[in-house]
Design a protein around this ligand. Structure first.
Ligand code: SF4
Length: 110
């Protein structure tokens, strides 16, 4: 079973416990249809705007065993209020650079 570390929007923590992320990961649904059920080994926030801590936190989860890093839909799609992260492209590109090509980056959850 693939191990993933999920990064979420810190500003969304007040309005979402992340339960749907855990549900789709466990069931292998939506963003995890291709991987099948995954084990969530870490669930952290971006650290707050402008999200620079997401890069080091993503790397830390890889060092602790994650095969893939997932950017939750609160970041990429703006769930649950339709307000995507304005720093999303920067976060994504910096993470890709830091993690290299061997680590999969999944860009949404549900
Ligand atoms: S950088 Fe983006 S993901 Fe992080 S708290 Fe700010 S809006 Fe949310």
């Amino acid at each position: 079973m693939m191990k993933v570390g999920i990064i979420r929007c810190q500003q969304t923590e007040d309005m979402c416990p992340g339960n749907t992320d855990f549900k789709v990961a466990k069931e292998g649904k939506m963003a995890f249809e291709n991987t099948g059920p995954v084990e969530v080994i870490g669930f952290v926030s971006c650290g707050g705007c402008p999200g620079k801590r997401a890069v080091t936190r993503g790397k830390l989860m890889v060092d602790r065993g994650a095969d893939a890093i997932v950017l939750a839909s609160c970041i990429s799609k703006g769930n649950p209020i339709g307000y995507p992260c304005p720093h999303y492209e920067h976060i994504k590109n910096a993470l890709k650079k830091k993690l290299g090509t061997e680590i999969t980056l999944i860009e949404w959850t549900h």
